[in-house]
Design a binder for this molecule. Sequence first.
Ligand code: F6R
Length: 608
Amino acid sequence: MCGIVGYNGEKKAVPILINGLLSLEYRGYDSAGIAVLNNYSKEKKYKLEIVKDKGRVINLKNNEKTKNLIGNIGIAHTRWATHGIPSKENSHPHIDNTVKFAVVHNGIIENYILLRKKLINNGYKLYSETDTEVIPNLISMHYSGDILKAVSDTMKDLKGSYAIEVISEFFPDRIIIAKKDSPLVIGSGEKENYIASDIPAILSYTNKFYFLDDEEIAVVKKDSVEFYDINLSKIQKTTKTIEWDAQSNEKNGYEDFMLKEIYEQPNAVRETIGSRLSLSEKTNLNLEYIDFKKFNRIFIVGCGTAMHAGMAVKPIFEKFCKLPTEIDIASEFRYRNPLIDEHTLCIFISQSGETADTIAALKLAKSLNATTLSIVNVIGSSITRFSDYTIYTHAGPEIAVASTKAYTCQITLLSILAIYISEFLGYDDKNLQSFKASLLKLPEKLKKVLEQSDTIKKYAKKLYNQHDLYFIGRGSDYAVCMEGSLKLKEISYIHSEAYASGELKHGPIALIEKNTTIIGVITDSITAKKTLSNLEESISRGADVLLVTNQNIDNDKIDFTVNIPSTHPLLSPILSMVPLQFFAYYIAKLKNLDVDKPRNLAKSVTVE
Ligand code: F6R
């Protein structure tokens, strides 16, 4: 779960590499390093030079030694520690014993202990605790003049996941890259090529990208890119043009990416709806190759926020598609022998498209003959390549580690998918038209919710010193409570729990005492009174209550109410989640925390 960047061209490599690393810090920031081939033109010789240390990319940027890296070809890395503590020794790039090959790596080499033993038996010394250090040494061991063969032999030794970049004084005109189960893209420019773990890291330089598939190798020169499979047969690839706006990668005047991304939701949801949904025509998702009649059940699988989006849409699928719909956590699904066959539709949700557990769950579903359909935000990511079918949320790049706009866009797109399936199956649900109409109005209603930010900020001021908080709601509101609680935990480090309101009496009410804070979410008129009674029971035991609601609730015992616009009850999570995103954001700001890069977390979890 690290970020890697590469540059080969006519410009100085370091500024481009540093910019790329800064954009990739969401993938980890325990240490950072760069290797450049410096060209000492008088001697017509290239020298491999490395600067690296623990700490953030900014330290690397300000390091005096970085200024000496003047070459036009280089590789760089920002680390999220998996094997070995954050330290200079464990930082990338790693080199081989002959100091000829430098490697950066994202992923995990599962058989590294065996490989270390093999290298030590062959007289190699290893200086770090990392799994990565075996890679440059294996390349060195296999090298006898043909670097491609050395890299392909090394790939055959490795078990696990990797995206690697290799440079060497032996071939100063090229970067060799390879991947398996970790992301890597190549950006193509005029007499220059870029490499990165994701598109936004290099999107300000080019919008033409090559995508490397698993067990492929690329030779990235200044003015060409060649592709090979693991057995060194040549492969042809063409570039894809990415329409994302490079500006969307900047903060646009917002203090943090998370705040910017919260405010982008009306537009992101509008883009996700696009021309897919209209009141007068059938829904269009380009899924005509799927015969939805053959399914007798649906699984929706994801991790964290993506899984919570699944929880929010389960009742939508059950109501409009009339198919039993089960939600599962990818890391559970992959190990629990789920009942799946060719009559099962498995839907995978992922912002990054790189989450290791979701990929494993997807592979399992495929092996059991299910039809796999993924809801993904990042174009060309691994999940899109493994799935039978993909539909994209058009949320644009999400940089903050805490997911916000991806969540609302996932629910939006899944709702459109449920409508599509319902229409395909010929159900003439009289509610479908009003559901569609409500969906189309969401971007405007989201704007109204954003106007509540100051109110929520005021309440956050009252609460930011709390140690515990509880969220309660029923049905879709409970799904929102789960996500609200996750947001608060991950960026403000306040312990919180979400309960289905009806569960309060079955245990958690014992925790309620004077000044305990409860956040209630009430958006469904059918259960509103029930949750309101649960809140009253809590108030009578001393709790303070914040209520997010679209119901007309006038209760002077409630400390603070955030009123949101009403919508179809099954779509309310898209609106009711926004106040909870603001709430977590402002609490984290008041605690002076790094909102975009919370401790111990990474934006895409590419390891199990
Ligand atoms: C929380 C968060 C994570 C992700 C989870 C899945 O704010 O962002 O819980 O939702 O790691 O990530 P993706 O959607 O990239 O598969």
